[in-house]
Design a protein around this ligand. Structure first.
Ligand code: PGA
Length: 243
């Protein structure tokens, strides 16, 4: 039985291909503490399956009305969504999302009562010092117009872009000083202790290395989360460590 409130965020990305496969994956991840983020088209089907896990979205839009192809955070909320990934590097890179867009999305998610999971990370592997500078600059640009109180409701995902989908996860000793700098930044800004999780090639083989740290509040799993065996193995490892 899970007793802490750490998060295991499963970002399926644009997987799997069918509702039938999505249902099977959802059953495998339906465990307390897990946030299942299927493609938007499968949200309602997955919502019917989850009893223990929470439902998350991979994106959302800040308005309703004449915006063909979009869906708002209010609509996500009514579909049972509790969390939304915002500013994932794939959205920044492939869909042109910048800090202004990300700020608007964060504000809109918060207004709808959805917890934003905001992804931030440096592009290239570099020194910890340079990574901290890049991450803090991005944090500086991300929260325009968001009140101090609301800042405390944000979850940050430290996701070094070079580690995403590459099989090269960032080692704990590099991750910790960066998360600590992010925590200090948010503390100075909002006076609140927020959750900060790690993402980037998290796998059944390496997930325990993050679970042992009291300074990491969770993990964001991408590629491995769309594989039934791997996601089950990650959940099992984390639970055996009382994560
Ligand atoms: P990955 O993706 O686990 O495949 O590296 C992480 C992510 O979606 O951010």
């Amino acid at each position: 039985m899970k007793t802490n409130n750490k998060l295991i965020v499963m970002n399926w990305k644009c997987n799997p291909r069918s509702i039938a496969e999505a249902r099977v994956l959802a059953v495998a991840s339906d465990v307390r503490g897990v946030v299942v983020c299927p493609p938007s088209v499968f949200l309602c089907s997955v919502a019917q399956i989850l009893k223990q896990a929470s439902l998350g979205a991979q994106n959302g839009f800040w308005a309703e009305g004449a915006y063909t192809g979009e869906y708002s955070f209010g609509q996500l909320k009514s579909a049972g969504v509790k969390y939304a990934i915002i500013g994932h590097s794939e959205r920044r890179l492939l869909f042109g999302e910048n800090s202004q867009i990300i700020s608007k999305k964060i504000a809109s998610a918060l207004a709808a009562g959805i917890s934003p999971i905001v992804c931030i990370g440096e592009k290239k592997r570099t020194t910890v010092y340079t990574a901290i500078k890049a991450v803090v600059t991005e944090l500086n640009n991300s929260f325009t117009g968001i009140s101090k109180d609301n800042l405390g409701k944000i979850i940050l995902a430290y996701e070094p872009i070079w580690a995403i989908g590459t099989g090269k996860n960032a080692p704990l000793d590099e991750v910790l000083p960066i998360i600590s700098a992010m925590r200090k930044y948010m503390m100075d800004l909002s006076n609140k202790k927020i959750k900060i999780i790690y993402g980037g090639s998290v796998s059944p083989e390496n997930v325990s290395s993050y679970a042992v740290s009291p300074f990491i509040d969770g993990v964001l799993v991408g590629g491995a989360s769309a594989n039934k065996q791997k996601s089950a193995a990650i959940i099992e490892k984390l639970h055996s460590l009382n994560f």
